[in-house]
Design a protein around this ligand. Structure first.
Ligand SMILES: Nc1nc2c(ncn2[C@@H]2O[C@H](COP(=O)(O)OP(=O)(O)OP(=O)(O)O)[C@@H](O)[C@H]2O)c(=O)[nH]1
Ligand SMILES: [Mg+2]
Length: 605
């Protein structure tokens, strides 16, 4: 039996996890020389590639000096923190990456807390030391302080430090060492990461940490074997989180190497494999020896903090752009999503609407983005945070927010966030004219803030947040300051009318875009909504005005991405999502009904 090491790569978003895994794959000799490699190989799905972020944790295996190293690359974005937490139970150590310039960030704190709680002893990799503004010593100090604050024990505080520039393919034990390759890190993994405990001679004990689905073979669980062996065709017992036991046969056993998956006959303790044959298999379930089933502790599955409503599109343009538009189709798609994505849930709400819950706006947007690429058409409502009653007290999720901004904008940021119920917890100069301001803020206060933040910092600020805890409800939070420009006509937008409207606010449409009554075509410069006519053509006249049409200068419209639209809308608005368009509309399209509703709302206040 060869040696095995199981390790996860954890960090704040963009600190270089996937790039580091690339280099470990390439430099361990796992690939044939002829294999062409690309950047961020593990980010395999389309949206991951486009956005350059990891969404799903993925495992790979490399063979180095007779040792099998199983590596799990994890997502750094806060919405996917739950996934990281589960992965940590599958490994015997972690590579904790920290950007040599940015230092400790919110998600660094989150992952460190989880790793230390599980008793893991991280190897700290200070990455991106090639950056001009890198300060590796400062960053090591920050990591030490963080470990200390998080209650690390003596052994955990004596963490090893590796200095790396993953992008340039080197890692070294001391800053003064030459920049060569990743070998020092590979050697360290073999020598420092504990070998798996357990034995092939014990009864089978394996736990699922990830799911995938294949149209031919069904649900597949990706799992770590903690004890015993598992063979293709063998009958074993699936133990669910609630203790229910189901006996079943392993219909497929899959092993990993590099980017390949292959059928295998048998695997032993310490290894990571994929298994099919169990229809109800879920994350956290165990597979055990039928003679003496000893399941592993079920896993903590994080609760959703945000919800939106996905509904059948009922705008006047409904059905003109999408392939799948019915309630049934949407429900089927949500069912299949929830089958493998355990961090999300949905509930049918009346005839043609579904309340979809997830961990954050990004998670929900990614589902919506995938659906529109598959040909779906639907509407989404404004994200709402999930309120919970804890010991009789109404509570809401709070986030830890870190803003890095040029010094001169810190005042504005603090003031605006104050109105959103944020409480400043720290403020430090970062050198280079930058200030880092930290806050604790109700998640509600963050909805729709990103756009404002970018405006307030002239696009130079960087903000990051991650879930803190549920706390008592903090009362009303201010929302969007501007009203909407609402179309009163259906048709195609005309350059002439857009030109005349553009002093009224920011436009979301361009000439020839389809519009309808009740559709939002821009943001009003003032607080109230304004009904406007974007399809009105210029009055024909006999006198040819010299080149007036050509003189029309349109300001380029704001590109309404799905994220932007969801952040922007208010309760009385919806985002219409189709494979071709993202439109914002009023929930109530009829202007007189809309006015009556607005009046009722005001009277209630
Ligand atoms: N200068 C520099 N840039 C790096 C280094 N390593 C990674 N990067 C860059 O940092 C960016 C993010 O890299 P990724 O590997 O996608 O980071 P990640 O941690 O996997 O990101 P998420 O999975 O989204 O959390 C990319 O543009 C990389 O090219 C490095 O050593 N030096
Ligand atoms: Mg990544």
């Amino acid at each position: 039996m060869r040696d095995i090491r199981n390790i996860a790569v954890i960090a704040h978003v963009d600190h270089g996890k996937t790039t580091l895994v690339d280099e470990l794959l390439k430099q361990s000799g796992t690939f044939d020389d002829r294999v062409e490699t690309e950047e961020r190989m593990m980010d395999s799905n389309d949206i991951e590639k486009e956005r350059g972020i990891t969404i799903l944790a993925k495992n790979t295996a490399i063979d180095y000096k007779n040792t099998r190293i199983n590596i799990i690359d994890t997502p750094g974005h806060a919405d996917f923190g739950g996934e990281v937490e589960r992965v940590l139970k599958m490994v015997d150590s972690v590579l904790l990456l920290v950007d040599a310039q940015e230092g400790v960030m919110p998600q660094t704190k989150f992952v460190v807390k989880k790793a230390l709680e599980l008793g893991l002893k991280p190897i700290v990799v200070v990455n991106k030391i090639d950056k001009d503004a890198a300060e590796p010593d400062r960053v090591v100090d920050e990591v030490f302080d963080l470990f200390d604050q998080m209650g690390a024990n003596e052994e955990q505080l004596e963490f090893l430090v590796v200095y790396a520039a993953a992008k340039n393919g080197y890692a070294k034990m001391a800053l003064e060492d030459p920049n060569e390759n990743m070998i020092p890190l590979l050697d360290l993994i073999v020598s420092d990461v504990p070998a798996p405990t357990g034995s092939d001679d014990n009864g089978l004990q394996l736990q699922v940490f990830n799911l995938t689905f294949d149209n031919f073979i069904g649900k597949i669980g990706i799992a770590r074997i903690f004890n015993g062996t598992i063979s293709m065709g063998e009958t074993v017992v699936l133990v669910k989180a609630d203790g229910e036991k189901v006996s079943g046969r392993v219909s497929k056993l899959i092993g990993f190497k590099g980017l390949e998956k292959m059928d295998i006959d048998k695997a032993g303790h310490g290894d990571i494999v994929a298994i099919a044959g169990f229809e109800t298999i879920d994350v956290g379930d165990s597979l055990c020896d039928p003679k003496n089933p000893m399941p592993l502790d079920p896993m903590h599955i994080e609760e959703p903090t945000l919800s939106v409503t996905f509904a059948v599109n009922n705008s006047p343009l409904a059905g003109t752009e999408g392939k799948f538009v019915t309630s049934n189709k949407i429900q089927e798609r949500l069912d299949s999503e929830m089958n493998t994505n355990i961090a999300m849930q949905y509930e049918a709400k009346g005839e043609a609407a579904f309340e979809v819950k997830g961990r954050g706006e990004l998670q929900i947007t990614i589902l919506a983005e995938n659906m529109r690429r598959e040909g779906f058409e639907f509407s989404i409502s404004r994200p709402e945070v999930i309120v919970k009653v804890i010991d009789g007290v109404k509570c809401e999720p709070f986030e830890h927010l870190v803003c890095d901004v040029p010094d001169e904008f810190s005042g504005t940021v603090i003031e605006t966030l104050g109105k959103r119920k944020a409480v400043m917890s720290n403020m430090v100069p970062m050198g280079d004219g930058q200030t880092r301001v930290e806050f604790e803020i109700p998640a509600r206060g963050l909805i729709g803030y990103r756009g404002q933040f970018l405006t307030d910092t002239k696009g130079e600020g960087v903000m990051n947040h991650s879930f803190l805890e549920f706390r008592p409800y903090s009362g009303a939070v201010t929302s969007r300051m501007n009203g909407a420009l609402v179309s009163m006509e259906q048709g195609e937008a005309v350059a002439y009318s857009i030109f005349n409207l553009q002093d009224r606010g920011l436009m979301y449409i361009k000439p020839q875009d389809k519009v309808y009554g009740g559709m939002v075509i821009g943001e009003h410069a003032r607080a109230n909504d304004l009904d406007v006519n974007p399809v009105k053509a210029k009055q024909q006249s006999n006198v040819r005005s010299s080149g007036a049409d050509e003189a029309i200068k349109l300001i380029p419209p704001i590109d309404m991405s799905l994220e932007h639209a969801l952040e922007w809308i208010e309760d009385d608005e919806l985002v219409e999502v189709t494979p071709i368009s993202i439109r914002v509309r009023k929930r109530e399209l009829d202007p007189s009904l809309r006015r009556r509703l607005e009046k009722q709302k005001k009277d209630l206040k």
